[in-house]
Design a protein around this ligand. Sequence first.
Ligand code: NAD
Length: 258
Amino acid sequence: MTTLAGKTALVTGSTSGIGLGIATELARAGADIVLNGFGDAEHALAQIRALGVQAWHHGADLSRPDDTAEMCRFAEGLKDGVDILVNNAGIQHVSPVESFPPEQWDKVLAINLSAVFHTTRLLLPGMRTRSWGRIVNIASTHGLVASAGKSAYVAAKHGVVGLTKSVALETAASGVTCNAICPGWVLTPLVAQQIVKRAEEQGISHQAAQAALLAEKQPSGQFVTPQQLGALAVFLCSPAGDEVRGAAWAMDGGWTAQ
Ligand code: NAD
């Protein structure tokens, strides 16, 4: 099994959903974890510490660059610096573009894209100094293809894939790699709210709305799990991942193969 013992991983947006799943798998591989996010931090910390590693939480609001910088200083100062950065925090807002509230556009771009730029620019220098680092950006199938009603999210996630490629090229001759993971549907609070909305709008049951959501995009008919995404992140952090650089790795039940 990959050992990440002695490494420190900062996982943004990790008090629930995919972020907590990835933090858990990194901890299982031995990494100490810095959590971030607005959910139940005590519960998430207990889940990670039960795996025998150290864990901390920083409650930075990543829509605010000053908060983001403070979180990066906190994480860098804990031990020997941040070795693994997982940019996972993200939000969604669904609306046709002509009625998309500009303040929601700004918020989606700030959290889903600009925060990735800020954590990367602040934590990459330490990784370069230590000649090893991993940057894993949680993009989305919406970083590769679009859906109607998600203009800000799709723009931000395509931006994340582009930023990933640029950073991968800038670090190509170093021990730092930068890659994106592009999940299809994962049953987390972010998607649960879309299922509830669909059931209400179409007057159908929650179960029918969930099945329709999957049938529309994901040929496997199954949700991707946070554990599977965590295992992929652990692989990217292993020696086998040394030459995976600038990839946008789909794990989407066949969504983008269509
Ligand atoms: P989630 O809502 O369960 O988790 C989002 C996390 O981000 C939470 O911990 C939340 O507290 C945190 N967060 C939100 N706003 C924040 C802010 N301003 N500052 C700091 N933290 C903030 O959602 P999720 O589904 O686990 O999504 C995680 C990532 O995966 C997102 O980037 C999302 O776009 C991406 N993604 C999700 C799916 C899916 O189907 N769920 C698919 C593809 C990509």
